[in-house]
Design a protein around this ligand. Structure first.
Ligand SMILES: [Zn+2]
Length: 304
């Protein structure tokens, strides 16, 4: 990994299906794929699905005939032509199956399974929160194999919504990293700063504003490194590095940040090893940004 490479691995940005968006309105092809004996269905309920725990966690999919009733959402097809769908509904009883969601499983699953679960949970969250037309309040109906909702009253088509959020690793001139704690977090938890992009704002402006609001310092050299979906419930995380611009003295916004400080690499390693602080788990883009700065995996015994 060279010093200026992008993030090499992101837990929830690994999906490998061809989404075949052109098939989403082709009812004949969709029906054919649903009848394909190879077709697999991922069932999701409240952000969780069925998982086999050994040896490595792997999603348990079912045949279409065994899926609960509900609109099938077409997620895409694999290189070998196997079509994958998701359905929201009660998780079927499968002997020995465990249940889990993205936070726990996202970094442990295969590329295929991580992509399936991320896509399915994102759609499930969007459908659950957007049943009614935002223009007239009529209940909308699912179209385009789960990727559109249509209002039967005014014909309006509604697409999945995403909330862009910036997350930024701020470094000072001594190459120390800024880590902070939100007021609701346990006392030992630390991460980098993050916040939602506001209407009428660029990503770079959002990075500068959030850093200023939360810890009272300026930044320059805002550099984009990578992104990953975070459908909890509907974010897209956009990861940046930024340099401190001006004085390093932190003025904390107590509502969003209750502790913050600058850590050199040795200092961070010592704080993590001693258990004084806990850093984000591998499923988050925060962990990948911190390790990109650190130069390798942190000696992590715990994570959140
Ligand atoms: Zn309407």
């Amino acid at each position: 990994m060279t010093d200026d490479s992008a993030l090499p691995w992101l837990a929830l940005a690994r999906g490998d299906l061809d989404r075949r968006a052109e098939l989403r309105r082709d009812e004949d092809r969709l029906a054919e794929m649903w009848k394909d004996p190879r077709a697999r269905v991922l069932v999701v309920e409240d952000g969780r699905t069925l998982v086999a725990s050994t040896p490595e966690p792997a999603l348990i999919t079912v045949a279409p005939a065994d899926a609960p009733p509900g609109d099938p959402w077409y997620l895409g097809s694999a290189d070998d032509g196997v079509p994958y769908f998701a359905v929201a509904g009660p998780l079927p009883d499968v002997e020995g199956a465990d249940r889990g969601g993205l936070r726990r499983l996202g970094a442990l699953l295969s590329d295929r399974d991580s992509g399936l679960l991320t896509h399915a949970v994102a759609l499930a969250n969007w459908h659950a929160a957007n049943r009614f037309c935002p223009r007239c309040g009529t209940e909308t109906v699912v179209a385009a194999a789960g990727h559109v909702r249509v209002c039967p009253n005014d014909g309006g088509e509604h697409y999945p919504r995403l909330d862009p959020a910036v997350i930024m690793l701020v470094r000072d001139d001594a190459d120390r990293v800024l880590l902070a704690r939100g007021p609701q977090w346990p006392a030992d938890r630390r991460s980098i700063l993050a916040g939602f992009v506001e209407p009428g704002e660029s990503l770079e402006q959002a990075v500068a504003r959030e850093v200023r609001e939360e810890v009272g310092v300026g930044v320059r050299d805002v550099e984009y490194l990578g992104s990953q979906p975070w459908p909890l419930p509907q974010s897209l995380m956009l990861g940046f590095f930024a340099r401190l611009d001006g004085p390093a003295d932190l003025v904390l916004d107590g509502a969003e940040i209750s502790d913050a400080g600058w850590y050199g690499r040795d200092e961070l390693r010592a704080a993590v090893e001693s258990g004084e602080i806990v850093t984000p788990g591998a499923v988050s883009i925060a962990a990948q940004l911190i390790e990109r700065w650190y130069g390798g995996p942190l000696p992590q015994t715990r994570a959140f």
